[in-house]
Structure formats: structure tokens, C-alpha cells
Design a protein around this ligand. Structure first.
Ligand SMILES: [Zn+2]
Length: 169
């Protein structure tokens, strides 16, 4: 009964108010779907950063992924700048000299580096490949999402302005 009354108030199916409502609902639904695309793109790019950082044995992989995932563009650009410069240092247990984890032996005293094995990452090529695919798909989703939102806003505004209910005022 209440359903019926609502229909009575809105008017006939092709009336201007009902057109406005159905356009609004379509618009809201499309924006929801596009927002999900943006979210998925964002998550994929964060995953790409994580895998890229891990492939470079970056100990802050998770931190970078979270930063890019939550804050987006700016940490992403910073990450791009530092991703190749990240060096992991270790302290020689024998003389206390700080040197690169990739060094097989300590450059000062020549003691063998106990952390050397950790610097060898057999999964690196796989992680780099994964990162590349996630980045490409993520960027495509972001692009589709952003273009889609712009197009649907323009389409919605155009439809709105052409609606007799709006045009009268
Ligand atoms: Zn040493």
C-alpha cells in the first residue's frame, strides 16, 4: 500500500520528477561502481609498491605500501625517487664498522658478513614481475575510474539541465 502511494506522489513513469529520480539513482550507482574501481586500482598500486620494494630487499616495503595505499600520489612519487637508492646497512659484529649488507666481508676488518645470506633474494625477479603487472592493472583501473567519473558527472549535469523540472527554474 505504501509503495503504491509513493508511486502516486512521484507521478507517471515518464514524468519529469521520476526521470530526475531515475537519473539520480543511475548516477549514484555508476559513481559507486567507479569508486570501487578507484579503490581496487589503489590497492593494486600499493601491492605493486610492496612487491617492488621487496624485490629490492627494502626493509620498509610494508611502510611504503601503506603510505602509498593511504596517501597515494605524494608518497608514490617519493618512493619512485628513492626506490633505487635504498641501501641496507649492517654493523660488523667484530669491529662495529657499518657497511652494506651486500658485502661478503667487512671492508674494514675482513670478517665474514653474517647477514650476507639475507641480502640474497631469490624471489626478486618474480616480485619485480608481479609488481609490474599490478602497477599496470592498477593504473588502468585508476584511469578508467577517473575518466568514468568525469564523463558521468558531465552526462548527469547535461541530463539534469535538460530536465523540464530543472529547466523551468
Ligand atoms: Zn669488521
Amino acid at each position: 500500500m505504501e509503495q503504491f502511494l509513493t508511486y502516486e506522489i512521484i507521478g507517471s513513469a515518464d514524468g519529469p520528477i521520476s526521470m530526475l529520480i531515475s537519473e539520480g539513482l543511475w548516477f549514484a550507482a555508476i559513481i559507486c561502481i567507479l569508486s570501487l574501481l578507484l579503490l581496487a586500482g589503489h590497492v593494486l598500486i600499493a601491492l605493486a609498491v610492496y612487491n617492488d620494494a621487496r624485490s629490492k630487499s627494502n626493509r620498509d616495503a610494508l611502510m611504503w605500501a601503506l603510505l602509498v595505499g593511504f596517501l597515494g600520489l605524494i608518497p608514490g612519487i617519493i618512493y619512485l625517487c628513492v626506490r633505487n637508492n635504498v641501501q641496507n646497512y649492517v654493523i660488523c659484529p667484530q669491529c662495529g664498522c657499518s657497511h652494506l649488507i651486500q658485502d661478503l666481508t667487512c671492508p674494514r676488518c675482513g670478517a665474514s658478513n653474517p647477514y650476507f645470506q639475507q641480502s640474497v633474494n631469490p624471489l626478486a625477479p618474480q616480485q619485480a614481475h608481479q609488481a609490474k603487472i599490478q602497477l599496470i592493472i592498477g593504473l588502468i583501473l585508476l584511469l578508467v575510474g577517473i575518466v568514468g567519473i568525469i564523463v558521468s558527472v558531465i552526462a548527469f549535469l547535461t541530463a539534469l539541465l535538460q530536465n523540464p523540472m530543472v529547466a523551468i527554474h
